[in-house]
Design a protein around this ligand. Structure first.
Ligand code: G6P
Ligand code: ZN
Length: 549
């Protein structure tokens, strides 16, 4: 008799636990909250219950390696087995980047996947943990499913788990637990293959062979092994080009969010005398990206526009793009490219899940957000390393520097100066009061002059999904000026403390002599107009933003 045949399946009585409502990206809580008795188990059982049970199903399982990732994986495997799942494909050591998990779900045609991550939030015993369910298309479960999961957490009375020793996940191979197959896979291999199919690896190899230099900061998170294997191993970037490459449970004590603030050491290097040709970083679970050239930071909005404009240089997109999509607050630099190419440009609410239908329906090929997410129809998540490889492919073919590519782009399409000002942990009533006051005044704003600029239109963004007809309202307030400028006001949907007011500033410049200004200078009039319209200082008591991106 095999050892697993002696394992027993246990039915554990439990009661609902408050607050298990999945947010934009699954359930994210402080790690000690997740480690409470029954907490993880209740949520995982609710996922199975809400999706028709696990019986006979195949799932993908992996996470970003943060504290509790390894323990949670063992629990989820034991529960999947006890719920009658047929098979779980799990990344070695329970690691999978979010885009790699999305790829495996699609490639192996599974019934979905469970991703253990709190994305760019810090990890550790007192930091954040998260669990998210992705559907069989590889994308984050749509609201209909997350609502059902939440409803199940409110009604749960028992969960199923089998008693077993820990499975050895340290080597690829097959094993079984309570009759369920467990296939441990190299987390990098399939992702690596997919990247080889999309990009011109020969051209990028030749670029590195010619002496091109790179610094990729994996921020002690999950992209380390991916970047090492692909950039150094396969493409020939010099050893040591990938830094902070070993995933650690607390991300080296850092905040694995690739932006100029949290990836400051990379920014400092790129603006110093020792700068390599190209710099990039990714976040905790590998879906966000930051792109920076020598003395040239590229905003996520500009990066999206540049990738769209140069897509046909990449083998995977050589036949052109079906359409493109951006979240509403993302700058309209992308729209200018779409217009020039005569393709559709969709404007969606903030949140990656809104791109899913457009990608599934073949209406958009490329999409992105100002919050450092860029992606395409190759998976159903944003993809950090993919964006880096896209840039390297473009640089290799064009033979120009990042700064030269940006200058050419702006000369051709104009420059959408762009910046986001965040006011964090603002009193919730004050933040909602500010938004409500703006909302009330919207009808009277067109025609008014603020800071020498005339308002052309003002509204609150609502989205009608062209594929499934669903409508999402209250997605941010937009003020459009006759001169082409724009202000967007939005409350963050991911903040954990009080409210975070995000003010997105944009100004379009086509004058060839004014394309190389400092963005904060270029946007000072728009920023003053934002304060005067929304009374930010008065209402929040803040004189300056906490974070400027
Ligand atoms: C997550 C989502 C993104 C979203 C971002 C910002 O990262 O995956 O799609 O753009 O949060 O959301 P927020 O509501 O905080 O502006
Ligand atoms: Zn992420």
């Amino acid at each position: 008799m095999k050892e697993e045949d002696t394992m027993t399946r246990t039915v554990v009585a439990t009661t609902p636990i408050e607050g298990q409502k999945p947010g934009t990206s699954g359930l994210r809580k402080k790690t000690p909250v997740f480690m409470q008795p029954h907490y993880l188990e209740n949520f995982v059982q609710a996922i199975f219950n809400a999706t028709g049970g696990a019986k006979g199903k195949t799932y993908v399982l992996g996470g970003d390696g943060r504290y509790f990732n390894d323990r949670a994986a063992q629990v989820i495997l034991r529960m999947a087995a006890a719920n009658g799942a047929k098979k779980v494909i799990v990344g070695q050591n329970a690691l999978l980047s979010t885009p790699a998990a999305s790829n495996l779900i699609r490639k192996r045609k599974t019934d979905g996947g469970i991703i253990m991550s709190a994305s760019h939030n810090p990890g550790g015993p007192t930091e954040d943990f998260g669990v998210k369910f992705n559907s069989e298309n590889g994308g984050p479960a749509p609201e209909g499913i997350t609502d059902r999961i939440f409803a199940e957490t409110l009604e749960i009375s028992e969960y199923y788990i089998c008693e077993s020793h820990d499975l050895d996940l340290s080597m690829p191979g097959m094993t079984t637990i309570y009759g369920m197959e467990v296939e441990v896979v190299d987390p990098v291999a399939d992702y690596h293959l997919m990247m080889e199919e999309i990009f011109d690896f020969e051209a990028i190899r030749a670029l590195f062979a010619s002496g091109f230099t790179l610094r990729f900061d994996a921020m002690h998170a999950v992209t380390g092994p991916y970047a090492k294997a692909i950039l150094e191993g396969s493409l020939g970037a010099p050893e040591g080009s990938v830094v902070n490459a070993v995933p650690s449970p607390d991300f080296g004590g850092g905040h694995p969010d690739p932006n100029p603030i949290w990836a400051k050491s990379l920014m400092d290097l790129m603006f110093s005398g020792e700068a390599p040709d190209f710099g990039a970083a990714s976040d905790g679970d590998g879906d966000r990206n930051m792109i920076v050239g020598r003395n040239a930071y590229v905003t996520p909005s500009d990066s999206l526009a540049v990738l769209a404009a140069n897509a046909t240089l990449v083998p995977g997109y050589k036949d052109g793009l079906k359409g493109v999509a951006r979240s509403m607050p993302t700058s309209r630099a992308l729209d200018r490219v779409a217009e020039a190419f005569g393709i559709a440009c969709y404007e969606t609410p903030t949140g990656w899940k809104f791109f899913g239908n457009l990608l599934d329906a073949g209406r958009a090929t490329l999409c992105g957000e100002e919050s450092a997410g860029t992606g395409s129809d190759h998976v159903r998540e944003k993809d950090g390393l993919w964006a880096v490889l896209f840039w390297l492919n473009v640089l290799a073919v064009r033979g120009q520097s990042v700064a030269e590519i940006m200058a050419d782009h702006w000369a051709k399409y104009g420059r959408n100066y762009y910046s986001r000002h965040d006011f964090e942990a603002v009193d919730s009533d004050a933040a909602h009061g500010l938004m409500q006051a703006l909302r009330t005044r919207l009808p009277n704003l067109p025609g008014r002059e603020v800071e020498g600029m005339v308002i052309e239109a003002a509204d609150e963004f609502a989205y009608d999904d062209p594929v499934d007809g669903s409508r999402s309202e209250g997605q941010g307030i937009r003020i459009l000026f006759k001169c082409g400028g724009r202000i967007v006001f939005r409350l963050s949907g991911t903040g954990t403390e009080g409210a975070t007011l995000r003010v997105y500033l944009e100004k379009v410049e086509t004058n060839a002599a004014a394309l190389q200004d400092n963005p904060q200078n270029a946007l000072s009039g728009i920023a003053a107009a934002a304060d005067s319209l929304a009374e930010i200082r008065n209402r929040t008591g803040r004189n300056t933003p906490d974070v400027i991106t």
